[in-house]
Design a binder for this molecule. Sequence first.
Ligand code: GBH
Length: 480
Amino acid sequence: MAKSQLPPDFLWGFATAAYQIEGAVHEDGRADSIWDTFCRQPGKIADASSGEVACDSYRRTSQDIELLKSIGAKAYRFSLSWSRIIPLGGRDDPVNEKGLQHYVHFVDDLRAAGIEPLVTLYHWDLPDNLEKRYGGLLNKDEFVQDFTHYAKVVFEALAGQVKYFITFNEPWCVAVHGYQKGIFAPGRTSDRSVNPEGDGSREPWIVAHSMLVAHGHAVKLFRDEFKPKHGGRIAITLNGDWGEPWDKNDPKDVAAVQRKQEFFIGWHGDPIYFGDYPASMREQLQDRLPEFTEEERAIVKGSNDFYGMNHYCADYVRHIEGVPAADDVTGNTELLKVNKEGERIGPETQSSWLTPNPLGFRKLLNWISNRYDHPTIYVTENGTSLKGENDLPIDQLLEDDFRVQFFEDYIGAMADAYTLDKIDVQGYMAWSLLDNFEWAEGYETRFGVTYVDYEHGQTRHPKKSARMIRHMFDSVIRKE
Ligand code: GBH
């Protein structure tokens, strides 16, 4: 059988996010985001660290561009720090020219190096002032207006040079980790041992609605005022992992897989492609799930120029009997790593949730494509941590064969989806260019294709995977 291929203009590269790499949190007028303040609370971050220094990328833009060039990247996905651009965040607050110009120059320098920028507006770092001023994402009316204004400031500065914009990165993670589990900023939850404030039975659904409506407004603005002149495309990025039934002979587990995907992906995907939340969510959540007004529906439906897909792994899904917990976000299911027969879904990594399963990637590409009528898909993140990587001596750490194999298998599965299943996948960004601040896990978990030596001046040392990815794409991308 002929080897599966990808199209000649396939866009591939690497991804990062502002708070995870930039550091320089007080430089040039930047103000706190909710992650700066969250990290200052004792016990929230595994190694008590923060993004204060991180990879120092704010001061090392030319090093990062050199690195991208040296490993053959065609594209780079990064996010903007809202509180650098509008420190206080709001639509009547001043724009910080220095912060904005930093990104203008960075984009120019990327283009000069022949690297296509993909810009994410919101990768979880809300200006802290907006959290304090009106409760951040819980206040839909204020948040939507402030996000849309921020988007306008960004489009005015960058739309001429940037052809791919992503509004929100993984609204699921914001809503669930930030408002149900309380493990991400702003750390709200019903669990009073974690936070005295929060309501995990209601707030996740409220903030998700805010993000969807804000996304819709930013997209409308882009299409009305910027796209006609500059072209370019805009979308949201949704996370989603594959699921297999825990007991494949139990129809309840088979149904649970579909319900789980509707709760994880359909929650945001259905309003964008169909104009409403999935029926399974309405059934379980009833009036806790917000309703779209007609105006909101019109603005959210059809608001993706492509499907931004973050994907890491697979789970077994088991149905739960009885009434769902008040703060259930899973569709009354349980995610497990071992099935009824005792088989593992994939090998262990440093991240307890991340068990690679490349065939699951191909299956999920099919699931998304079928559900949403074959959208163009850009994979905006895919990658892995390695069990115990942080404890290895550097010479061994740089030989990250497990990660090399991961990319080989996942890129192969994607090529199969394109060639054999006719899935319209046009881009792929490996997570991540650099080891970086892995949110609540701090620096103990490394996702980079480049080792960052935090003890010796944040120096960069490409791992084997950094060098290998270009060869994988070289061999799989069809020549014109
Ligand atoms: C991405 O999210 C982020 O965009 C990126 O910033 C981050 O560094 C990278 O992954 C690596 O973690 O709580 O058991 O239900 C990861 C996607 C999806 C991972 C949801 C955790 C939930 C597992 N996340 N998943 S669970």
